[in-house]
Design a protein around this ligand. Structure first.
Ligand SMILES: NC(=O)c1ccc[n+]([C@@H]2O[C@H](COP(=O)([O-])OP(=O)(O)OC[C@H]3O[C@@H](n4cnc5c(N)ncnc54)[C@H](OP(=O)(O)O)[C@@H]3O)[C@@H](O)[C@H]2O)c1
Length: 272
């Protein structure tokens, strides 16, 4: 183990900032952070859920917790959240998890509000937080960033086109910044789950529509978060969870891009 890595391990009293900590994978990642001994800043829009979760983390793991309510679709929110988060605190881990998607034809103008929100949250807010975190961590001896991308980032997704594009962006950004930031002991991991048992599809009223993507029993948010956290601790750059997703994402390297898009579009077609 290098001196830098050792120094980083000893700073467990530092803070982890987890976005989208009110539900699903982010909620489970906040547990992982507390379990690892980090104090946790939980953020999302639903303050009541954040506070209840923060309270349970404090009691179970004897860490400090703070809730910061933020709507990351607001262009000013990510910067304001970051400035609030670093007040007298050192952020050693950033978990960029908040995200949403929309299933439906790209041409349908009714989809635009949710697609805009997806771009703001999945792309703009995640990038701002990551940019701030890299500089902050580099100046403080290192840190770790876990970006929750998706297996969707490996393939174009007709009928969920904007969501897939946002995740391709986050995956690419993570891999590129991982190279740049490693010198400063800032380690970036992209977590790429496939369909996971969370409120993600209900939030888009797409539970029935995307039934084909959920043919097999889905992994729990806890299982996905545990794999992601472990991969981040090991300094892995990209982790795809579950063997089915590993096969699908590997197949995208062999299959012509046009065919991948065609097949993915069939899976994502609205059938109800
Ligand atoms: N579930 C899946 O099948 C799956 C697969 C691959 C990747 N992912 C990715 O995993 C991440 C977490 O999703 P999930 O499955 O856990 O979904 P989820 O249960 O719907 O949770 C989404 C989280 O994001 C937060 N969020 C959404 N919009 C927000 C906004 N405008 N401002 C601030 N926070 C916002 C929500 O908090 P509030 O509602 O309190 O704001 C919530 O905590 C996402 O990035 C998603 O793309 C999910």
């Amino acid at each position: 183990m290098t001196d830098t890595a050792l120094a980083h391990d000893f700073r467990k009293a530092d803070w982890a900032l987890v976005t989208g900590a009110s539900d699903g994978i982010g909620r489970a990642l906040a547990v992982e952070a507390a379990k690892a001994g980090y104090n946790v800043i939980l953020t999302g829009r639903r303050t009541d859920r954040l506070e209840a979760h923060a309270d349970s983390l404090r009691r179970a793991y004897y860490v400090s917790t703070i809730c910061m309510t933020a709507d990351l679709a607001d262009p000013e929110a990510a910067e304001a959240l970051w400035q609030e988060a670093i007040k007298d605190r050192r952020i050693a881990v950033l978990v960029n998890n908040a995200g949403l998607g929309r299933n439906g034809a790209f041409s349908d103008p009714d989809g635009w509000p949710r697609e805009t929100e997806s771009i703001m949250v999945n792309v703009i807010a995640a990038t701002i937080l990551m940019k701030r975190a890299v500089a902050h961590m580099a100046a403080n001896g290192g840190g770790r960033i876990l970006n929750v991308a998706s297996a969707a980032g490996f393939m174009p997704g007709p009928n969920m086109a904007v969501y897939h594009a946002t995740k391709a962006y986050l995956l690419s950004l993570s891999e590129a910044v991982a190279v740049e930031a490693a010198e400063a002991a800032v380690f970036v991991t992209a977590l790429c789950p496939g369909a996971t048992e969370t409120g993600f599809f209900q939030a888009d009223n797409a539970e029935k529509a995307t039934v084909l993507t959920r043919l097999l029993p889905l992994p729990s948010a806890d299982a996905v978060a545990a794999q992601g956290w472990k991969a981040m601790e090991k300094g892995r750059r990209v982790v795809v969870t579950g063997w089915v997703n590993k096969i699908f994402t590997f197949a995208t390297r062999l299959s012509p891009r046009r065919l991948t898009a065609l097949l993915t579009g069939q899976f994502l077609k609205r059938r109800w």
